[in-house]
Design a protein around this ligand. Sequence first.
Ligand SMILES: Cc1cc2nc3c(=O)[nH]c(=O)nc-3n(C[C@H](O)[C@H](O)[C@H](O)COP(=O)(O)O)c2cc1C
Length: 201
Amino acid sequence: MKLQLGQTDIFFPVPAALIVGSFENKVDVATIAWVGMVSSTPPTIGISFDKSRYSLSLIRQSGYFTVNIPSADYYKETDYCGIVSGRNTDKASVAGFSYYHGTRTKTPIIKECPFNLECKVTKEIELGSYIMLLGEIVETYIDEDKTIVQNGRAKIDIEKVNPLVYCATVREYWKLDKKVGTAFNAGKDIVQNELGERNGQ
Ligand SMILES: Cc1cc2nc3c(=O)[nH]c(=O)nc-3n(C[C@H](O)[C@H](O)[C@H](O)COP(=O)(O)O)c2cc1C
């Protein structure tokens, strides 16, 4: 039995990303859940802001933003950045976040967030009361201590990153539990079974 909930914006899981925008000497951070990767070549991320957001106004002036993924330990600070506007408050300093300059843009990343992206706005799309920005990812950062070396290469250790997970409109923060499988591989068992059945085995 399925319950119909009507036209909603309930969606999960999504990130509770901290988006930083800056212009001249002004800098702001806002919590944004409407974030998603929309292309791999070129790597492009889409983020949607209500038109009233102060962070959006800074991003539109500079043409750059950074995406910062907090660990689940920072759910209170992340929530704070989503319930207060930065128009008259330095949210990062109140929340205990420090800014760190990346190499590709003038917009800072957040040091306390283990994973960060520097992005250049490539397109803006108006969607009712929202503005969706598409940003090409120009650099990616991961805290070194959140990686493990595998076959001589640094691999991101998701358990150490412990990313904060948000369930939108249900309004709950969660954390990840355990790895259950390897992508582009786990489905191969089903492919093999299906091939076997087709061949009458
Ligand atoms: C978990 C969470 C997710 C949010 N997601 C969005 C979002 O996707 N888009 C948006 O415009 N506002 C979103 N908000 C609200 C903004 O973060 C909030 O209005 C913030 O105060 C804006 O700050 P600013 O005016 O400094 O930009 C979210 C808030 C929370 C707590």
